[in-house]
Design a protein around this ligand. Structure first.
Ligand code: FES
Length: 71
């Protein structure tokens, strides 16, 4: 799926760069996404946050998982 229409940047490319540890700003600088109309910038940032290795590690930490019945 194309995320940045202006620069034809795909979600796949954004995910690949984010998985290498690049920040949203670095992904945008590397790909050109967000450099024209800017409409894609929030989506690029969100995709990077979801794909970065630290985000996966954070989600996988068991001490941060609350039981369903915890109030
Ligand atoms: S859609 Fe990405 S800069 Fe316009």
């Amino acid at each position: 799926m194309i995320v940045c229409v202006c620069r034809a940047v795909s979600d796949r490319l954004i995910h690949e760069l984010a998985a290498q540890g690049l920040s949203p700003e670095q992904v945008m600088a590397r790909t050109g996404a967000g450099s024209c109309c800017g409409a894609c910038r929030p989506t690029v940032s969100r995709l990077v946050q979801l794909a970065r290795p630290a985000a996966h590690a954070e989600r996988a930490r068991p001490e941060q998982v609350r039981p369903l019945d915890a109030a």
